[in-house]
Design a protein around this ligand. Structure first.
Ligand code: AMP
Length: 210
């Protein structure tokens, strides 16, 4: 059983590493942000409820997101574990998760704020395959190197929204990290390193504490 939780600011490389970790340890990657964005695109009742909050860079309510995660963790593919990316974001959400599952391995991605702002201003998402990458010229149109689809800036990566998301993250992450730091399976990874180095550190760390 491997119950992983990733905590890190937007642009910390969390999403990229989540895909690698999920593949290596064969656990489902559960990104609450991806679930909500998909609901907005599909115009489901949930999507209509959260669209304005996502566009503004705010957080959706604890109860709504906790119900969503609880329902997701009840699915059978989480029997041998899971990888949560973007949840918990608040101490109330962390308390709910503690009631649902124990033996969490919590990974904190540490990246300086200046680096985050630079990364997000050059981050683009492919309209077709949804993968994110960074572009060298923040103003020029570009195509996805994987599938040729067009790369666009995510609505919530607009500069004003990024500032709001970062401020929200900083205010909430500190108490969350304080809550988890004293646990035996808490890892901090230096997310400023190249992606392959981050993966190496992560795999080594997870293998040690699991
Ligand atoms: P992310 O891709 O994780 O940055 O999430 C994108 C957006 O989805 C956030 O800015 C929030 O509006 C919403 N969201 C995702 N996860 C949560 C959460 N655990 N609690 C509240 N809102 C969330």
């Amino acid at each position: 059983m491997l119950n992983l939780v990733l905590i890190g600011p937007p642009g910390s490389g969390k999403g990229t590493q989540a895909i690698r970790i999920a593949r290596r340890y064969q656990v489902p990657h559960i990104s609450t942000g991806d679930i909500l964005r998909q609901a907005v695109r599909d115009e489901t009742p949930l999507g209509r409820e959260v669209a304005a909050t996502l566009a503004a860079g705010g957080l959706v309510g604890d109860e709504l997101i906790s119900d969503l995660v609880q329902a997701r963790l009840e699915r059978s593919d989480t029997a041998a574990g899971f990888l949560l990316d973007g949840f918990p974001r608040t101490t109330a959400q962390a308390q709910l998760l503690d009631r649902l599952r124990s033996d969490l391995v919590v990974i904190h991605f540490a990246v300086p704020e200046q680096e985050i702002i630079h990364r997000l201003s050059t981050r683009r998402c492919c309209r077709s395959c949804n993968l994110t990458q960074s572009v060298s010229d923040a103003d020029a149109p570009a195509d996805c190197p994987y599938c040729g689809g067009s790369l666009v800036r995510r609505d919530d990566d607009e500069p004003a929204t990024v500032r709001k998301r970062l401020a929200t993250y900083t205010a909430l992450a500190e108490p969350l990290i304080a809550l988890y730091r004293s646990r035996p399976a808490f890892l901090t990874v230096n997310g400023k390193q190249a992606p392959d180095r981050v993966s190496e550190d992560l795999f080594r760390g997870i293998d040690l504490v699991r």
